[in-house]
Design a protein around this ligand. Structure first.
Ligand code: SF4
Length: 293
């Protein structure tokens, strides 16, 4: 029996209306039995069927947003973050041991997760290696097939990078190209410190078109922070980590507790609150595992 499901390329669903962002199994002729043909129709000869990028199903924080059903995609923290500065930390891919950057003020939580959970580390590195190994067309195709594989039909959002960042201009281009296919049916949103891939760092001129269903939050604490100040029209949504609610008040920023401001339709600046409990946990980890770079 052959099942063909594809919500990206409706035109190849012979005789059936297959709108984007739906998941339609189609039984084909028994004479083709035993073969799964979708990867070939999608033009992805370079990766085998088993090779999907891994996308996860929300997390505790994102699931608090009752107006969204969010999936996530991640890469290894630090290693894939060319704009990271005050947050920069990396978990060794083999041992999980964390090293921090020279300017590190608050250790990246995503690196902490990789330190604690080997399976998280493994899946992020697998995603990273796959993304780096493919050309543009193959990567776009793989993103589509991976979304088909992991993301449920009722999903409304994908947070691109709970961990990691846009590590190259080519990779950013592939993600935005992939996002385009879903229109407003599926919102992609991302925090990024790699602002230099989006706009020229000297003139602010856009280097790439952001599709309407892609929402970018410029994340403070990176090498390219100056671009947020210098080009406010280009980076009209930003996030700043604060240590207390009082600090958010001083900056006159609302706190985003559930990613609703990062993923929502309105461009605005907001704060992310690093709780005391989280800070204590990080401090304990720091003490036990950190090795200065
Ligand atoms: S940019 Fe994000 S994922 Fe990368 S090191 Fe900083 S906080 Fe971690």
């Amino acid at each position: 029996m052959v099942y063909w499901y594809d919500r990206v390329s409706p035109e190849i669903s012979v005789g059936l209306h297959n709108p984007p962002h739906t998941y339609i199994p189609l039984r084909l002729s028994k004479s083709l039995g035993g073969f799964f043909i979708a990867p070939f129709f999608n033009g992805a000869f370079m990766t085998s069927l088993a090779e999907y990028l891994y996308l996860g199903n929300g997390n505790k924080k994102l699931n608090r947003n009752l107006h969204a059903k969010t999936f996530t995609f991640s890469l290894p923290a630090g290693f894939s973050c060319p704009g990271a500065n005050l947050c920069l930390a990396k978990a060794d891919p083999i041992t999980g041991k964390i090293t921090k950057g020279d300017q590190c003020l608050f250790t990246c939580f995503a690196a902490r997760d990789e330190c604690i959970y080997p399976s998280v580390r493994k899946s992020r590195w697998r995603n990273y290696e796959l993304c780096k190994s493919l050309d543009h067309k193959s990567l776009v195709s793989l993103i589509h097939r991976s979304i088909d594989h992991y993301v449920s039909r009722d999903a409304t959002h994908i947070r691109w990078h709970v961990s990691g960042d846009f590590f190259s201009a080519q990779y950013l281009k592939a993600v935005l190209e992939a996002a385009k296919h879903y229109d407003n049916d599926l919102i992609f949103y991302a925090y990024s410190k790699a602002l230099h891939f989006f706009n020229d760092q000297h003139t602010g001129v856009p280097l790439i078109e952001r599709p309407p269903n892609f929402r970018l939050t410029a994340s403070w604490g990176g090498i390219y922070d100056f671009m947020i100040d210098k080009f406010p029209d280009q980076f009209s949504r930003s996030a700043r980590v604060v240590n207390s609610r009082r600090e958010a008040e001083i900056f006159d920023l609302p706190i985003d507790e559930d990613d609703s401001l990062a993923s929502g339709p309105i461009d605005q600046h907001f704060a992310l609150f690093e709780s005391i409990a989280k800070r204590k946990e990080t401090a304990a980890l720091r003490k036990s595992m950190l090795t200065p770079v």
